[in-house]
Design a binder for this molecule. Structure first.
Ligand SMILES: Cc1ncc(COP(=O)(O)O)c(C=O)c1O
Length: 403
């Protein structure tokens, strides 16, 4: 790899990775940095001695985590809720919007199921129409979405980055269009949060959701939801005792008070203190905070540019730089029929990436990946594409597709 694109800092040493595996699959799940593993181990230690659990474990960690999520989203800490999944957050939103039979909800076709089902069901309940914007043949999702926003549009659900192939959505432009027709904009940024800059202040969305276990380097089971202040009075999905205003006072719980915690905290799911998950998520967000999202983005984009150029030289069809957010790269083979067998061959070479929509090889490195790994991947690809020996067995190809 060219010297200028080499990373000046060795982030890899902050992870405990196996040297013989290339993990280019952050879009599926990331390895935890060592500090996150340590935070998880320390949290388990606390559970071994529960008599030492204090209010610090219940609330302080959680508020620190909320503060870091707010920092990375560029919003107020009061607007952040901690939820288990994106689908949980999406369901909260879909249950709180009163749709009528003349309304439309717009989402990209082949969007992630956690976005689709909540709105499909809301449309079925109300008679509203779910409009699936078709994937554009060339990369420009923004234009396609803009073309589908009209007078009847009530809600637009869009990511910052297409989860299958990394193409970009210009959320500021889409926001302008939703404002012009009085529609809500909901962003699921699971595939970009903490890897690419995103700013609530600039974009002014109504709702933002993200998982915490992909680019965010944290555990499964804890996701994040931004709620704009005008929706603080929406109904949460559950009425949990910890979300009451007096929940910190363990002597007064049986007063059954109705007043909630301030801001979006009332959308926190039950058992929100998550004694194992919160310390790990906090360690992951602190780690990201120390490096900075801008540096993380620059690093990943540098690797991807190099990989994209190499793949193009090998004859692969690469989503162009200009159409991608930058951190998530995808390529396809000129003949998609061979995709599953190439996938299997890459797996046999200890290269982990994923195949989406039967044709997009999703290459999603993170700061733990090195220039040497990018070169090794390109060498393996060259050998495989030249040899063709992996493109013969159909049964093995089926195995790879399900892996
Ligand atoms: C774009 C996107 N949203 C959400 C999720 C996860 O959704 P949930 O938290 O509902 O399981 C994923 C998982 O791959 C995803 O890629």
């Amino acid at each position: 790899m060219h010297k200028e694109t080499r990373k000046p800092i060795d982030y890899r040493m902050l992870f405990a990775l196996d040297d013989d595996v290339i993990h280019f699959n952050a879009a599926s799940v990331t390895p935890h940095p060592k500090v996150v593993v340590e935070a998880g181990q320390a949290a388990l230690e606390v559970r071994r001695r529960p008599w030492e659990i204090s209010t610090h474990h219940f609330s302080k960690n959680m508020e620190q985590l909320r503060g870091l999520i707010a920092k990375h989203l560029h919003c107020s800490v009061n607007s952040v809720a901690l939820v288990p999944t994106v689908s949980h957050g999406m369901e909260t939103v879909a249950r709180n919007i009163e749709l009528g039979s003349s309304d439309e909800v717009l989402i990209p076709s082949a969007d992630f199921p956690s976005c689709y089902f909540a709105w499909r069901n809301a449309c079925n309940r109300s008679g509203a129409e779910l409009v699936l914007a078709p994937r554009p043949r060339l990369g420009d999702w923004t234009e396609t979405i803009l073309q589908h926003i009209g007078r009847r549009t009530r809600v637009v659900v869009v990511p910052q980055t297409d989860w299958s192939n990394g193409t970009h959505f210009d959320l500021k432009k889409i926001r302008e269009a939703t404002k012009a027709v009085g529609a809500l904009m909901v962003n699921d940024i699971s595939q970009s949060f903490c890897a690419a800059p995103y700013s609530v202040e600039e974009i002014q969305p109504d709702i933002v959701l993200s998982v915490g276990y992909k680019w965010q380097l944290g555990p499964h089971g804890l996701s994040f939801m931004y709620v704009a202040p005008e929706y603080y009075d929406w109904e949460p999905l559950e009425t949990n005792w910890l979300d009451r205003a007096n929940s910190a006072d363990f002597t007064r719980h049986a007063e059954f008070r109705d007043d909630d915690l301030p801001g979006a905290r009332r959308f926190d799911s039950g058992q929100r203190s998550q004694l194992q998950l919160v310390p790990m998520a906090l360690a992951a967000q602190s780690f990201i905070n120390e490096i900075g999202v801008a540096d993380i983005f620059q690093n990943i984009c540098g690797l991807n540019k190099w990989i994209a150029a190499g793949l193009s030289e090998l004859g692969c069809v690469v989503v162009p730089d200009a159409d991608r957010t930058g951190h998530l790269l995808a390529f396809s083979l000129p003949n998609w029929e061979y995709s599953a067998s190439l996938m299997l061959a890459l797996k046999e070479n200890n290269i982990s990436l994923s195949l989406r929509d039967h044709k997009y090889f999703r290459v999603s490195p993170h700061i733990y990946n090195t220039a040497e790994e990018a070169d090794r991947f390109l060498e393996v690809m060259k050998e495989l594409l030249q040899s063709h020996m992996y493109f013969t067995s159909r049964s093995r190809a089926t195995d790879a597709a399900s892996g």
